[in-house]
Ligand binder design. Structure first.
Ligand code: AHR
Length: 511
């Protein structure tokens, strides 16, 4: 597998005020002739839940809105998301999925029941955005659909009928109801999740109980030939591997992958997670250390899969990940709205490099979430919209969608100290679908630069041509009044003189 690293631990007296104090020397050896797994484009998937202003205002404003829209979907958000080539959108939750009853979101909008969104802020849920709106949205984006079914408070019949409604090409009453609601052709579903976080908000189940429910529900999900989505088992989170173990050992048919969730909280404390802005270097380092655990947790889950599924048929789907900070003062806490800074951009790139390294099993991920919620691509305030640093990293990395990973070896020292230390630099190398060789580099250190000695075999190149994302301050961010504080700039360097500024992300072609 590509990307093994040999961290040379930094030894010394490192206080919180003076973590590492020297530029990093990094050696990167790339063998372009040795290819690894394909980096599935679905690793770049997004998550859109009925939560806060994630869908209502963030995506859907309705046809009569003064905000420019296409059939009710705001044009500015559509265009921005098209630019980063969103391959996949997961909907309707999250926790919301296990309270969602699909029949309430079809038919004339003014007749749909208004519910209370009990998970997220207790606000009114009008059901204006339902099945047809979701599929129209992904089709407008040119993305695929990941629908998450309701196992927690639904029934086998309800889930089976939703599947028939969406996919049947027969003259059944349900398929004809779909046609009457404006859609002749069956919808295409790429992935279908059977429950969400069944260990928690999805029903507080034990995995041993869930596997039988999964087997029962999956039995009745019938689709026409060629229309079957990949079926997703609801798995574990953070350092847990039991869910992956029990599911992969006991579900022998009709499961394509197991979901896994891991969030980056600077403090690792759900009661006081840390602020999105105005943090010090110790919080930057704590965030990097926490996010880098993704590597260890994926490894642990992959080891379990390799044992139970040696033929490698099951995927590990990281279908919720990203930063989660304290709610902004003055905002509805249940809306999970947070600002997004250069720190989030670095977190994104670190995770992409990890996902690429595990592309053999990690076939799909969904960042939480797409607009206005948690680590969002886009923030809106009524008619205003701003692109976050995270958005820009998605744009820079789109050359990796469906690229083939290339073997490399990196030797880097660490940033940080003791149990709070991470590799100072992480990387990814791949051959793009266009046949070009691409390199991604992240410098996790917010103060020190890194010089890269790059040794390339199996291809010839003398320079990097691409983009860099960095800024002066650790919490540099874009706002509605200053939307371009953090944005990619050109990055062209000779391979013989390659250096990364502190806290930066680079994606470039090797040519
Ligand atoms: O993304 C926010 C919430 O986090 C999701 O609804 C849930 O699945 C997870 O706990």
């Amino acid at each position: 597998m590509q990307g093994f690293r040999i961290p040379l631990l930094v030894i010394g007296m490192l206080g919180a005020a003076a973590i590492n104090a020297a530029p990093h020397d990094v050696e990167l050896n790339i063998n372009a002739g040795q290819t690894g797994a394909v980096i599935n484009k679905d690793i770049y998937g997004q998550f859109a839940e009925h939560l806060g202003r994630g869908i209502y205002e963030g995506v859907w404003v309705g046809k009569d809105s003064e905000i420019a829209n296409t059939n009710g979907f705001r044009n500015d958000v559509l265009n921005a998301l098209r630019d980063i080539q969103v391959p996949l959108v997961r909907w309707p939750g999250g926790c919301f999925a296990d309270e969602y009853h699909w029949r309430e979101g079809i038919g004339p909008r003014n007749k749909r029941p208004v519910k209370v969104n009990t998970h997220w802020g207790g606000v009114e849920e009008t059901n204006a955005f339902g099945t047809h709106e979701f599929f129209e949205f992904v089709e407008l984006l040119g993305a695929d659909a990941y629908v998450n079914g309701n196992l927690g408070s639904g029934s086998v019949r309800e889930m089976a009928e939703w599947m028939e409604y969406m996919t049947s090409d027969k003259n059944s009453t349900l398929a004809n109801e779909r046609r009457a609601n404006g859609r002749d052709e069956p919808f295409d579903i790429a992935y279908f999740g059977i429950g969400n976080e069944s260990w928690g908000c999805g029903g507080h189940m034990r995995p041993q109980y869930y596997v039988d429910l999964y087997r029962q529900y999956a039995t009745f999900l019938k689709t026409p030939p060629g229309k079957r989505p990949k079926l997703v088992g609801s798995g574990g989170h953070t350092d847990d591997t039991e869910w992956t173990d029990v599911l992969s050992a006991n579900i022998d048919r009709d499961m394509d992958g197991i979901s896994y969730h891991f969030y980056t909280l600077p403090t690792s404390d759900w009661q006081k997670k840390g602020a999105a802005l105005g943090f010090d270097e110790s919080m930057w380092l704590a965030t990097m250390e926490r996010t880098y655990r993704m590597d260890e947790y994926i490894r642990a889950n992959v080891a379990v899969l390799d044992e139970n599924d040696p033929d490698g048929e099951l995927g590990l789907y990281v279908d919720e990940w990203g930063t989660w900070y304290d709610a902004e003062p003055g905002r509805e806490p249940g809306f999970l709205y947070q600002q997004n800074s250069l720190r989030d951009a670095v977190v994104t790139a670190v995770n992409f490099n990890i996902f690429h390294e595990h592309a053999r099993r990690v076939h799909m991920t969904n960042i939480a979430q797409m607009v206005n919620v948690l680590q969002a691509m886009i923030l809106t305030d009524k008619e205003k919209m701003v692109l976050t640093p995270t958005y820009h990293v998605y744009g820079m990395y789109k050359v990796f969608q469906d690229a083939t990973a290339i073997e490399f070896e990196i030797q880097t020292d660490n940033y940080g100290e003791g149990d709070k230390s991470v590799p100072a630099v992480t990387a990814s190398v791949a051959k793009g679908k266009d046949g070009k060789l691409y390199l991604a580099l992240v410098n996790l250190d917010p103060k020190e630069s890194a010089s890269i000695e790059l040794n390339l075999s199996g291809a010839s190149a003398t320079q990097t041509v691409g983009q860099i994302l960095t800024a002066e301050k650790m919490d540099a961010h874009n706002s509605f009044t200053q939307p371009e504080v953090v944005k990619p700039k050109a990055f062209n360097a000779k391979l013989s003189n390659l250096s990364l500024p502190a806290k930066s992300v680079v994606v470039a072609e090797l040519k």
